[in-house]
Design a protein around this ligand. Structure first.
Ligand code: FE2
Ligand code: FE2
Length: 255
């Protein structure tokens, strides 16, 4: 707890007031999701607290600092450097804030782009960053906030789908990692649908009917440069759940 309070003070000194409020809000939302999914509360809190710890640097500073400290950047990162605060943030969390837990560092590292097959904390942080209570611009926030506590993978799918849709509409540069993440979660949803159809064809027909009637679309709340993900999503009428037996078969052990 001392560590958390100390880190909170340090974040308050580094970040502007709005960013700090966002940080606290993400941190508490991470903990709420961790409670729901049985994940380590302190790790979730730390990931939320530090996820934007490099957000106050300019794009140029971020690139220079990554080069100086050997943080590898893809060519795509340099095309839209605002996402680099995630990679450099993970470096800072490790070297300045003494975080040595690789799950926390990885969650910070991928919190802007997402990635295929994200771990539990990766998903918790990515989603908490989208739904935290201070966000207010996205029309689909109520749906995403409810879905987040029902089905992490489907929430990832919906947020990524909305993000790509928004970026394409605006002709903005799309980091290939976001496209890869979306492709992975799209395939995951299709796989789950196929499995559920095999097991419960009537239930799937019912769920499909509900989905058809609840489609919505909306932009995501932003907090300045780099926070470019926008959501267009559907409320999941069936509230799909992750079956422990299936997770075991896939070799996922709670991440
Ligand atoms: Fe961020
Ligand atoms: Fe954030």
């Amino acid at each position: 707890m001392d560590n958390i309070i100390n880190l909170r003070k340090r974040m308050k000194r580094k970040l502007d007031p709005m960013r700090y409020e966002h940080t606290l809000s993400v941190s508490f939302t991470c903990m709420a999701l961790a409670m729901r999914y049985g994940y380590d509360l302190e790790k979730a809190e730390l990931a939320g607290l530090l996820h934007d710890c490099a957000k106050h640097f300019t794009d140029e500073e971020l690139i220079l600092r990554c080069e100086k400290h050997g943080v590898l950047l893809d060519p795509a990162d340099r095309m839209a450097p605002a996402v680099i605060h995630a990679k450099y943030g993970a470096w800072l969390a490790a070297h300045k804030y003494q975080i040595d837990d690789e799950e926390i560092l990885e969650a910070i590292r991928c919190h802007t782009t997402g990635k295929p097959d994200m771990g539990m904390l990766d998903k918790i942080l990515y989603i908490a960053d989208f739904i935290e209570p201070r966000r207010n611009k996205a029309e689909n926030l109520p749906q995403m906030r409810a879905l987040a506590f029902e089905d992490l993978d489907r929430t990832m799918y919906e947020i990524l789908k909305g993000t790509l849709g928004y970026l394409k509409k605006k002709n903005s540069f799309i980091n290939p990692m976001t496209e890869q993440a979306y492709a992975w979660y799209e395939a995951r949803m299709a796989e789950r649908t196929a499995e559920n159809e095999q097991e419960d064809p009537k239930g799937q027909e019912l769920a499909a009917g509900i989905l058809e009637t609840t489609e919505t679309g909306s932009p995501r709340a932003g907090y300045g440069k780099g926070e470019y993900r926008y959501g267009t999503g559907q409320r999941d009428g069936k509230a799909g759940y992750q079956r422990p037996a299936r997770e075991k078969r896939r070799g996922r052990s709670g991440h």
